[in-house]
Write a protein that binds this ligand. Structure first.
Ligand code: KIV
Ligand code: ZN
Length: 551
């Protein structure tokens, strides 16, 4: 990264300001928490980075309206800080951060910036409309990052810390500084950079385990050492940002809290680079369920967890594995006879959490073709969806159409139906109609009508199979050269009348986009999922490829 800081007069000698004397452990803990804007000692700040680190994982991209939807739900959940994006990365990221900054009032809205003037100024500009804003600036501090990624020595990195934090402080009092790859950084150098960042005005110090290498005891030990060795540490909140490469992100984050960290950076469903980030739902429910081990509180309304999980999964097309802790389809399912027997006698025999605490409701409201608008709306509310009037009406029409085709409408069907509605809002290319002719003795042929920018157009195509013919018809109507690295079909429920949920991922010039759709007709779902992905790809064209600024 070029050095685009213009202040040669800044030198490392300006950073020797420290806070005199060390405080007792209890005092330190109190002051760390107090720095978190008047929150009590036992409060854990939940910093959600679904829209930044989560979105950075390949195929996980979201459009601006989708990001706004997620941000609004995160705000309703009680997330303290929403990292809304990386404004210098692309026009799309800038726009999303700016729009979220204008809408979100309760949570702090945060934008990421490398240690570079252009990044920090751009983040500040995107955050301008925010009522409560944070600039999060970072630099790699480990030998590997210094030598190979940055080609800077320790003193040069240290100088960048001063310049970046001071620059960010021009725009806001709420500045977070991260030592990227902190867990593999020499301790002396890490402590020196932290002390400097705080002296320059950083109010949150984030310790990322960027490559998911740390072990819980080792990571807790690092947090303890930071608290004992950095003289001015009581002037900032200590934060942790753990990746899940060894499946230890949640364990590392919780151990870090026991050692004195008071902010956890996490994502919904644990999405994120490679094996992902620390999962928000797991941290929140661990703290809630094991208060004896973790005597802390978060502000999160855990009853919104399922809704957030479903929304992120529907938007990104990243299905949640059935056995995923808290939000997986099997997390509260009991199949074996002995478990079912125990559950019937006392739910606590096999359940450590109540399903309703994460927003899973057992409802008596059975939906079918005779159900009216009011029952439909009530049911969606139970499932965690609150749609606006127009979206509700569209969803109701689709529900009636589905009820004509399918006798029993399960909760999963309604979830798939509403997720379709969410995914197809504001699309440039819209599905109108599909007729497919196929069988063992005919060449598969698809006749497709799409509305492109509101104008209906039709085409037909033949292919090696009905799906191939359908996708060729889409390409005939909207020519493009994207590859198809993923095409996946699942049944939403059991039975031959089950809806198919189809996920399609497209890739073009290093950009990926995922679409998902459900329908009782697998081919219609396939076409809609493809069109969903294509719409996202089209929106991304002409924007900086994410790799250009990968962190
Ligand atoms: O993993 C990481 O180190 C990051 C930083 C930008 C905080 O995502
Ligand atoms: Zn990260």
């Amino acid at each position: 990264m070029p050095n685009n800081f213009e202040s040669p007069e800044m030198t490392t000698t300006r950073t020797t300001t420290t806070v005199a004397g060390s405080t007792s452990e209890a005092q330190q803990l109190r002051s760390v928490a107090a720095a978190a804007s008047g929150t009590p000692d036992d409060h854990i700040i939940i910093f959600d980075t679904t829209l930044r680190d989560g979105e950075q994982s390949p195929g996980c991209s979201m459009s601006t309206p989708e990001k706004i939807q997620v941000a609004e739900l995160l705000e309703q959940m009680g997330v303290d800080v929403i990292e809304a994006g990386f404004p210098i990365a692309s026009e799309g990221d800038f726009e999303a951060v700016s729009k979220i900054a204008a809408r979100v009032k309760e949570s702090v809205v945060c934008g990421l910036a490398r240690a570079a003037i252009g990044d920090i100024d751009r983040a500040a500009e995107a955050l301008r409309p925010a009522e409560r804003k944070r600039i999060h600036t970072f630099i790699g501090t480990s030998p590997l990052h210094r030598e190979f990624q940055l080609q800077l020595d320790q003193d040069q990195v240290h100088e960048r810390v001063i310049q970046s934090v001071e620059r960010a402080r021009r725009y806001t009092d709420d500045v977070e500084w991260s030592a990227m790859d902190a867990s593999r950084t020499e301790h002396d150098f890490l402590f020196r950079c932290i002390e400097t960042a705080i002296a320059c005005g950083a109010t949150t110090i984030n310790i990322p385990d960027t490559v998911g290498y740390a072990y819980p005891e080792e990571f807790a030990d690092l947090i303890t050492k930071i608290r004992n060795s950095v003289p001015n540490i009581d002037k900032a909140v200590l934060s942790v940002h753990c990746h899940n490469d060894l499946g230890l992100a949640v364990a590392n984050s919780l151990r870090a809290v026991q050692a004195g960290a008071r902010q956890i950076e996490c994502t919904i469903n644990g999405i994120g680079e490679r094996a992902g980030n620390c999962a928000l739902e797991e941290v929140v429910m661990a703290v809630k369920t094991r208060h004896d081990q973790l005597p802390f509180q978060s502000r999160i309304d855990s009853r919104k967890i399922m809704a957030a999980s479903r929304l992120v999964s529907a938007i990104t097309g990243f299905n949640v594995q059935p056995n995923k802790a808290i939000v997986g389809a099997n997390a509260f399912a009991h199949e074996s006879g002995i478990h079912q027997d125990g559950m019937l006698k006392n739910a606590q025999t096999y359940e450590i959490m109540r399903p309703e605490d994460i927003g899973l409701v057992k409802s008596n409201l059975v939906m079918g073709k005779h159900s009216g608008r009011h029952a439909f709306k009530t049911k969606l509310k139970e499932l965690g969806y609150e749609l606006g009037d127009n979206a509700l009406e569209d969803a109701f029409v689709r529900f009636k159409a589905l009820a004509d085709k399918k006798k029993e409408i399960f909760d999963e069907d309604l979830i798939a139906l509403v997720d379709n509605e969410i995914a197809s809002a504001d699309q440039k290319i819209r599905f109108v109609r599909l007729d497919v002719h196929c069988g063992s003795h005919v060449t598969p042929k698809a006749e497709l009508t799409l509305a492109i920018d509101g104008v209906e157009q039709a085409a037909s195509a033949t292919g090696d199979g009905p799906v191939d013919a359908t996708f060729k018809a889409i390409r005939a109507l909207y020519p493009h050269a994207a590859e198809l690295p993923l095409f996946q079909i699942h049944a939403v429920t059991e039975g031959t009348d089950a809806q198919a949920i189809v996920t399609v991922r497209l890739e073009e010039d290093g950009r990926t986009a995922t679409g998902q759709s459900a329908d009782t007709d697998t081919l219609v779902a396939s076409a809609q999922a493809y069109i969903g992905a294509l719409n996202k790809l089209v929106t991304k064209r002409g924007r900086t490829a994410p790799n250009a600024v990968a962190v």
